[in-house]
Design a binder for this molecule. Structure first.
Ligand SMILES: Nc1ncnc2c1ncn2[C@@H]1O[C@H](COP(=O)(O)OP(=O)(O)OP(=O)(O)O)[C@@H](O)[C@H]1O
Ligand SMILES: [Mg+2]
Length: 367
């Protein structure tokens, strides 16, 4: 398969040297059983590459099992990974297979690996070395054939230095390390990414495809994208949702991107340093965008659901009671929006741990 075909098949957009080089290496290592460590900031495409590695391997007909090590409560992670025998701990009412057994013959994607507790790291290292482990409470070993792909947005060397990550496991995992560079260091890919996201969004939502002006494209290229490709996709989709004229210009993008705190954007036109009343207006814009997105979601939900089921809307009438779950979901969405999807900051603002935030994001399907 040629690199272009590979990128098309796995939805990897980008012609920058950085992406081309990565694709070349991925195509080479995918075929082997060697463990791969994917590093890169949030939203750079670690999961996209993990899927591509599995999809291009000889294991592709078997499962790719994804485990977010940060989302599973610490006490449960081992039983989730390795399974357990009935009665091995309170709540273990049945024998259960862990992800290692489910992924047998396929690939196990250990996402947010830096969040794995040290005790679990010891066990993982042992499985990597022997391909054997014991279910919790079991007396016999289970043998599996699993390829490991791990990912993190943390600097694992730093985690090792501060004794949060085991050196021996790091050493074992890093043999093939693929670092996915942030979007701001491969700005050449931005135009194609934006155009593709715009096209796909319009087709999926059956709206005429809005057109980006040249100035709007310049703005996208100059912004620093702290949330990387995920942020770019969100911005394009929000702008397309809001577009009335079919034209996406600088003014339609400015309320959606946080150029105020953006060092890279100092070279942007002066009118972007906006006074307080303009900033207020932007807050309102943002709120409107959220409402409009919710409406579209609701419409799609209504189309898919039986008419007698009430859509899960947030009630605005003060006599009615808003389910706590809904409030919590909104609070999380807000925090993510305000922190530009920086989960660590969002968790801090929400006064919960990062681990709890990960879990809730997954629970509510907010990815
Ligand atoms: N090269 C790419 N081409 C097209 N879409 C991409 C590319 N890289 C990432 N994306 C899209 O960007 C979004 C974020 O990607 P992904 O979930 O893989 O990031 P991540 O690095 O795993 O982020 P996190 O660290 O937050 O988990 C997804 O919607 C994904 O489809
Ligand atoms: Mg990810």
């Amino acid at each position: 398969m040629r690199a272009e075909e590979f990128q098309k098949k796995f939805g990897i957009i980008g012609k920058s040297k950085e992406i081309r080089d990565l694709v070349d290496i991925v195509m080479q290592v995918a075929q082997s059983d060697i463990s791969v460590l994917l590093t890169g900031e949030s939203g750079t495409g670690k999961e996209v590459f993990a899927r591509a590695i599995h999809g291009y391997s000889k294991r592709s007909s078997q499962e790719l099992v994804s485990v977010n090590c940060g989302a599973i409560p610490e006490g449960l992670l081992e039983s989730e990974l390795f399974g357990h025998k009935k009665g091995s701990f309170t709540g273990a009412t049945d024998d259960r297979k862990g992800y290692f057994e489910i992924a047998d013959g396929g690939t196990l994607f250990l996402d947010e690996i830096a969040e794995m507790p040290l005790t679990t790291q010891v066990k993982l290292l042992r499985v990597l070395e022997t391909q054997e482990f014991m279910r919790l409470g079991a007396e016999t070993v289970t043998k599996v054939d699993v390829r490991i792909i791990a990912a993190t947005n943390k600097d694992l060397q730093k985690e090792v230095d501060t004794k949060k990550f085991r050196n021996d496991l790091y050493f074992r995992l890093k043999a093939v390390t693929l670092n996915i560079p942030p979007l701001r260091s491969r700005r050449g890919d931005i135009t194609e990414l934006a155009a593709t996201f715009l096209k796909n969004y319009s087709v999926n939502n059956r709206i005429p495809e809005p057109k980006l002006t040249n100035e709007a494209v310049d703005l996208l290229i100059n912004y620093s994208w702290p949330g990387n490709i995920r942020e770019l996709k969100n911005v394009i989709e929000s702008a397309a949702t809001l577009s009335r004229t079919g034209i996406l210009d600088v003014d339609s993008l400015v309320p959606l991107i946080d150029v105020r705190h953006d060092e890279d954007s100092r070279n942007l036109p002066v009118h972007l340093n906006r006074p307080a009343d303009v900033l207020d207006r932007e807050m309102i814009y943002r709120a409107l965008i959220e409402i409009k997105k919710d409406l579209i979601d609701l419409k799609q939900f209504a189309l898919r659901t039986e008419p007698e089921i009430d859509p899960p809307a947030v009630k605005t009438n003060s006599n009615e009671i808003i389910p706590l779950e809904e409030l919590e979901k909104q609070a999380i969405l807000n925090a993510l929006e305000i922190t530009r999807h920086n989960r660590r900051k969002a968790a801090r603002k929400l006064h919960i741990s990062e681990r709890t935030l990960y879990r809730k994001i997954k629970e509510y399907g907010l990815l």
